[in-house]
Design a protein around this ligand. Structure first.
Ligand SMILES: [Zn+2]
Length: 106
């Protein structure tokens, strides 16, 4: 999965956390057979919940490309792609790392 967080490639220790772009921390989670870097387990949990929701709503087995813009406080506006299809959404997480708000965008 190609991940862009606020305009910068992310998902490895060098590039930054797959959800927030931070380069501190040392947490990895395997998602769709890919080892992704996160700054902490909380970001990993939020990311996993977000991916699950997108896959469920689209009936996708995985995501090829994911663009994330925003942060924890403002919520995030994202574009996910799978095999040429594009899906835009807004997501804000709750205090437990679950989906607080989820809106499909056009
Ligand atoms: Zn993070």
């Amino acid at each position: 999965m190609r991940i862009i967080v606020n305009g910068k490639e992310a998902g490895t220790k060098e590039k930054g956390c797959a959800l927030c772009g931070a380069t501190w921390g040392e947490y990895y989670e395997e998602i769709d057979n890919e080892k992704l870097f996160f700054c902490c387990d909380f970001c990993a949990l939020e990311f996993t919940n977000m991916i699950k929701e997108v896959k469920k709503r689209n009936n996708w087995d995985r995501i090829d490309d994911l663009e994330i813009n925003g942060n924890y406080y403002t919520g995030r506006t994202c574009t996910a792609k799978r095999q040429g299809k594009e899906y835009k959404f807004y997501v804000k997480f709750d205090d437990e790392g679950g989906i607080g708000t989820f809106k499909e965008l056009n």
